[in-house]
Design a protein around this ligand. Structure first.
Ligand SMILES: C[S@@+](CC[C@H](N)C(=O)[O-])C[C@H]1O[C@@H](n2cnc3c(N)ncnc32)[C@H](O)[C@@H]1O
Length: 448
């Protein structure tokens, strides 16, 4: 097999990254945007020892599950790499990921529920972080093409709240008007690196963050005055990121106008959110995710609850009024500040959050003799550590509710809990990220 060769392939499966999978002369071929059941003519792009990558030249037999998306930039950029698949099939794809992982772990007896569909299939994101670069002599916003830093100019981000898209385009136009330079990654010069925009669905407030190479730039006052006129924009923050790095946000934030946070709501509970704090991005699906987790926890008024990897305290503060005490930990200082402020904001006096790594804080609490009833964990993609699991088990919780955005590490960790005498009998996938391959899932471990 050679690069640029054209081959006819029958697609038999979808990979974790939603690429069509085919087999040809003993090789596995991953075909961008192809769907199971399709027969395609494909061009080979890259050949490795046992597998190759290809792109579709022509679809000979089309799958009935295909949606013909007009803007294929979304697909190219990886922004919405499932956008060519009907939504109910996307939900099935996500459930299958969990089924396959459990099967590989020898846990076929575990029930995997149907994926809980998102109330909004597009335009659901309450936050956008988009790169700013110069393309053909003009400042553009958009998305990096998959596996590259080539900017594809875009103004309709498809999965983002259209109100945010409106603000992104307006800020882009203001930056153009005042000739503020876009960041030049190659020479590490220019000014605006990213636009970060957050919108509260509950209050309509919009926060704009300009991520800049310098702490200040000559046109900032004129730019700020015009941004303040954009409908619903309530605050402008300049985030200073002077480093040569792929990390989006720098250490320091400067409030140019408005508050240093926006306020959102989940159920009846209000949350203030600072620029660096994590907040679930699908506003309408988040309360449904939490409700599922909370229902499964079956909480009692006498329960001591841990909210681990707490962000701004969204899970713990949603249950605080129904339990004896909530304690939580989180690494991002501003998020912990938000969590404790959010407790006050909602008249909650039995919840306390501390800054620290969960894998260090939990052993400390266990050594101090803390006993718990329910532990909620909601870690980032890399999942939990064995130290955390050991310490969590030492506090003797009756239940551990595991919310995960990466079922592979979740299944790995669930097996570690099983070794400690815990068991679980079902996993519930929840679609927090329609049009993308990301899967959120909830499992509840119990010990009698
Ligand atoms: C998936 S978010 C969940 C946040 C929150 N539970 C929510 O639903 O909004 C994971 C959080 O873990 C935090 N985090 C990352 N590594 C951590 C660690 N080692 N210890 C504690 N928190 C950590 C991140 O800053 C982030 O806020």
């Amino acid at each position: 097999m050679q690069k640029n060769q054209i081959v006819e392939l029958e697609i038999t499966d979808l990979s974790y990254e939603a690429m069509g999978v085919a087999h040809y002369e003993g090789m596995t071929i991953f075909v961008n945007n192809a769907l199971p059941g399709e027969i395609v003519k494909a061009k080979i792009l890259k050949v490795k020892k046992r597998f190759a990558f290809a792109k579709i030249e022509k679809i000979i037999k089309e799958s009935p599950d295909r949606v013909n998306v007009k803007l294929n930039q979304w697909v190219q950029t990886g922004l919405a790499s499932l956008a060519h698949i009907k939504y109910d099939k996307q939900l099935e794809f996500k459930r299958n990921q969990v089924v396959n992982l459990l099967h590989k772990a020898g846990l076929d007896e575990i029930k995997v529920n149907q994926t809980l569909a998102s109330p909004e299939e597009t335009g659901y994101r309450n936050k956008a972080q988009v790169p700013v670069r110069e393309v053909k002599g003009q400042l553009e916003i958009g998305f990096f093409r998959r596996h590259s830093h080539d900017l594809v100019p875009l103004t309709n981000f498809f999965t983002t709240d259209p109100e945010i898209d409106r603000v992104l385009a307006a800020v882009r136009d203001i930056l153009r008007k005042y000739k503020v330079p876009a960041y030049d990654e190659l020479h590490h010069k220019g000014e605006v690196r990213y636009l970060d925009v957050r919108r509260s669905k509950a209050t309509g407030e919009i926060m704009v963050i300009l991520v800049c190479l310098h702490q200040d730039f000559p046109q900032i006052m004129e730019v700020a005055a015009e941004i303040s006129q954009i409908k619903d924009v309530t605050s402008l923050i300049l985030n200073h990121n002077p480093k040569k790095t792929n990390v989006i946000l720098g250490k320091d934030d400067y409030v140019v106008f408005g508050e240093d946070h926006i306020t959102d709501k989940i159920g009846d509970v209000k949350f203030r959110i600072s620029p660096k704090s994590f907040f679930q991005i699908n506003s309408l699906q988040t309360p449904r995710l939490y409700q599922l987790a909370i229902d499964k926890a079956n909480l009692k008024p006498s329960d001591v609850v841990i909210d681990a990897y707490s962000g701004i305290g969204t899970i713990g503060l949603s249950v605080a009024k129904h339990v004896k005490a909530v304690r939580g930990m989180e690494t991002v200082k501003d998020a912990v500040k938000d969590a404790n402020a959010n407790a006050k904001l909602n008249g909650i006096d039995n919840a306390q959050y501390v800054v620290g790594k969960a894998e260090e804080v939990m052993p400390r609490w266990a050594n101090e003799g803390l006993k718990t009833d329910v532990i909620f964990v909601d870690p980032p993609r890399k999942g939990l550590t064995p130290e955390f699991i050991k310490a969590a088990v030492a506090t003797k919780p009756k239940k551990v509710v595991y919310i995960s955005c990466n079922p592979a590490t979740q299944v790995r960790d669930l097996q570690l809990f099983m070794k400690q005498g815990y068991s679980f009998n079902e996993v519930s996938p929840v679609d927090m990220f329609p049009q993308t391959p990301h899967v959120e899932s909830v499992a509840v471990l119990t010990k009698d």
